[in-house]
Write a protein that binds this ligand. Structure first.
Ligand code: UDX
Length: 434
């Protein structure tokens, strides 16, 4: 199948390369010329586990190519996938549809055979109708169907998730479009459920799923707070809860709050849609507020550990919103750093992948280090804010020697806290009393 993917971000690029691996001919289209030039030169523009080898394989085989031209990429496509950003409006937080609208207008002009336009970006309910109207208005004779094909890839696991989805949701109102998608996903036929629903249901499934997962995380975070006062251990509690198949074991890991480009954006957009439609979505609104409060509370916990020191040095490990990605968008780690910077503190940071993205945001407000141990040297407290696997194997004895004061705020529960306590560290972890 000939496929054009519009948007080469965290969704578009892994999707395009994954579809090429399934045997399709893919053009990745983006209006950002510098990105496309880099990709054409064989340079990946995002960090995603396992993407580099597939990217190299298919750029060399010619199954994936890159373009900034709609005229070149649309006319021969059987399927056009919209994977452009829908960033939150700065004030209302509703999803901003300007990129979707302009991509729809640009592609419409070049449709000259039956084409399915699949919306993969997370978009408000009824966007399928709006895109259909734009295309119809721009090119009244075009032969096309607009469907919703929501994306559930997690950053850091995008390649793994692409080939092993829990389910594929297809929101299509036309039989012709359903048949084309059935052909596309033939390799997944016996691997996962493929659910065909109406376009509006499909658009809603994406938001409803993300809001539910965000709520589940905040729920376990609140239970973690409860455990700290009751003396229970959140890991034992989460395990016991997760064994109930109605609850499920996943997404019960406590931490400093949820972040990333999806959960904060999608919960806010859902809350906005609730208000707009006069619906009480108070569970979602409470989840958003609880997540905001959590980051303030996390920053306060660290600051309390050094409240007796004038101008303390805080070593921070991790600025990405979770391990396995260089993405800092809506990162709880970054927000906690920003809250702490309002106080008289020095921050030394190390993150294995997210340093360039962090520098672009925090500039010279903190000190950037080349290793975890460099960041820890001379620190009065060590704060672990992102769950990078390498932080699990930190040498605690070495850290004890390097630090000015042996204090650790481990908000991802990465270190062996019993060993740390034995070594004389004061440890603040999440969801267990020490
Ligand atoms: C999410 C959805 O999982 C994915 O289906 C959708 O397509 C995009 O949004 P992603 O943003 O990549 O994916 O990250 P995810 O792994 O879901 O984590 C989101 C945030 O929640 C991170 O900050 C993470 O650290 C936090 N989290 C996740 C927890 O604190 N505890 C958990 O148990 C799970």
């Amino acid at each position: 199948m000939k496929i054009t993917v519009i948007g080469t971000g965290y969704v578009g690029l892994p999707t395009g390369v994954g579809l090429a691996e399934l045997g399709n001919d893919v053009i990745c289209l983006d209006i950002d010329e510098s990105k496309i030039n880099k990709l054409k030169n064989g340079e990946l523009t995002i960090f995603e586990e396992g993407l580099d080898s597939l990217f190299e394989k298919h750029t060399q085989s010619g199954k994936v190519s890159f373009s900034t031209s709609f005229a070149e990429s649309i006319p021969n496509a059987d399927l056009v996938i919209l994977a452009v950003g829908t960033p939150p409006h700065p004030i209302t937080k509703e999803a901003d549809m300007k990129y979707i609208k302009s991509a729809a207008e640009s592609l419409a002009k070049h449709l000259n055979q039956y084409t399915v336009i699949a919306i993969k970006s997370t978009v408000p309910v009824n966007t399928g109708d709006a895109v259909e109207n734009i295309i119809r208005r721009t090119n009244p004779t075009a032969d096309f169907d607009v469907i919703s094909l929501p994306e559930f890839l997690r950053e850091g696991f995008a390649v793994q998730d692409f080939f092993n989805p829990d389910r594929i949701i297809v929101g299509a109102n036309s039989k012709r479009a359903k048949n084309l998608i059935a052909d596309l996903y033939l390799p997944f036929k016996d691997r996962c459920p493929i659910l065909y629903v109406s376009r509006k249901s499909s658009e809603t499934i994406k938001y409803a799923s993300n809001a539910f997962l965000a709520m589940k995380i905040q729920y376990i975070n609140e239970m973690a707070d409860f455990c700290e006062t009751s003396g229970a251990d959140i890991y034992e509690v989460a395990k016991g809860m997760g064994l109930d198949s109605r609850i499920g074991a996943k997404f019960l890991v406590p931490g400093p709050g949820y972040g990333g480009f999806c959960f904060p954006k999608d919960t806010n957009a859902m809350a906005y849609m609730g208000k707009f439609n006069g619906i009480d979505l108070s569970l979602i609104e409470t989840t958003i507020k609880s997540n905001e409060r959590r980051k303030i509370n996390m920053a306060k916990r660290i600051l309390d550990m050094v409240s007796d020191i004038k101008n303390p040095t805080i070593a921070v490990l991790g600025s990405a919103f979770k391990g396995g990605t260089d993405d800092c968008r809506e990162s709880p780690a970054l927000q906690i750093i920003e809250i702490m910077l309002a106080h008289d503190v020095n921050i030394k940071l190390y993150d294995p992948e997210a340093m360039p993205n962090t520098k672009a945001i925090l500039k010279d407000m903190i000190t950037y280090c080349d290793s975890a141990y460099e960041a820890i040297g001379g620190a009065d407290v060590l704060a672990i804010l992102t769950d990078w696997q390498e932080f699990k194997s930190l040498d605690l004895e070495k850290i004890k020697v390097l630090m000015s004061r042996p204090q650790i705020a481990d908000f991802r529960n990465m270190i062996d806290y019993e060993l740390a306590s034995q070594l004389g560290f004061e440890v603040k972890s999440i969801g267990r009393k020490i």
